[in-house]
Design a protein around this ligand. Structure first.
Ligand SMILES: Cc1cc2nc3c(=O)[nH]c(=O)nc-3n(C[C@H](O)[C@H](O)[C@H](O)COP(=O)(O)O)c2cc1C
Length: 262
């Protein structure tokens, strides 16, 4: 899973762009990226060394731009595309698209018509009813949903008496957001049980991962926990495996959504 890439290079915001808070991080990076043309070279190189599928996260400022970036990513070798329609700190893209079912639908439809690889849509938790956005994305052609991006947040410094991040507001991630992310996954699985969900938000150990499977996710993503321990993926895989042996479960598929069963 890559960091998000757009059509043109963006330097992002000036520092501070990340601040550590209780049980998590608040970041407002400002979507820094070298642009899809440079990224395409990195995608091509990555495909020569990776032994796992490569999912490229893309963003744009219009449906056409999303589609163009997605197409270039797929042409360079991406195995799937994830649409970042949920970045909480960059205007005119991200959450401004992902919080509006009509915009969201337009973007997803256009990308779906342009690329043939699986299309994943990453939603924002900063909405009153995430199932409405999930419905719009799936109706428009999303093959899977990533649930969720960061929660809009702020940190203030008592000495300078000013917000800490240069962008003032950012997105909260890490253990603090886990129960919210888990609830979003639970809500969407309850409303649309057939939609594949990739759970994301505060996953730090095997127990977190299993909670997301039980809520309805069939895969997970890990962000903030990597900042603490780059081995976290292997540790979680081993932990899930041990749990499944102990419970005599043959496949993760067998526990997806199990928390919904009466
Ligand atoms: C420093 C930082 C940069 C991020 N950049 C992106 C990004 O480029 N695109 C995106 O879709 N999400 C981005 N995210 C959000 C994460 O992918 C993830 O949705 C969120 O942090 C919650 O998961 P976590 O608690 O495991 O980090 C970023 C998060 C952090 C902390």
């Amino acid at each position: 899973m890559t960091k998000s890439v757009g059509l043109e290079p963006r330097v992002g915001y000036s520092n501070p762009t990340v601040v550590q808070v209780e049980a998590g991080l608040i970041n407002a990076m400002g979507l820094p990226n070298p642009g899809i043309d440079v990224y395409a070279q990195e995608i091509k190189f990555s495909k020569t060394i990776l032994r796992v599928p490569l999912i490229v996260s893309v963003f744009g400022y219009s449906a056409e731009e999303y589609a163009l970036v997605a197409k270039r990513a797929v042409d360079a070798g991406a195995d799937a595309v994830e649409l970042n329609v949920s970045c909480p700190h960059v205007k005119q893209t991200g959450a401004e698209i992902g919080q509006n079912p009509q915009f969201l639908s337009d973007v997803v439809q256009m990308v779906k018509a342009t690329v043939s690889k699986p299309l994943i849509v990453k939603l924002s938790p900063n909405v009153s009813d995430i199932t409405l956005l999930a419905h719009a994305a799936v109706e428009a052609g999303a093959d899977a949903l990533t649930i969720v991006n960061t929660l809009k947040a702020i940190a203030i410094d008592t000495e300078t008496m000013r917000p800490i991040l240069s962008n003032v507001k950012g997105g909260l991630s890490g253990p603090a957001v886990k129960p919210v992310a888990l609830r979003c996954v639970y809500d969407i699985h309850e409303a649309y049980g057939d939609v594949p969900i990739i759970g994301c938000g505060g996953i730090s150990d095997w127990r977190d991962a299993v909670e997301f499977f039980l809520a309805g996710a069939s895969a997970i993503q890990i962000g903030t926990a990597v900042a603490v321990d780059t081995e976290v993926f292997q540790t979680i895989n081993k932990g899930v495996e041990t749990y499944m042996r102990r419970k005599h479960i043959g496949s993760v598929k067998d526990i997806v959504g199990l928390a919904h069963h009466k």
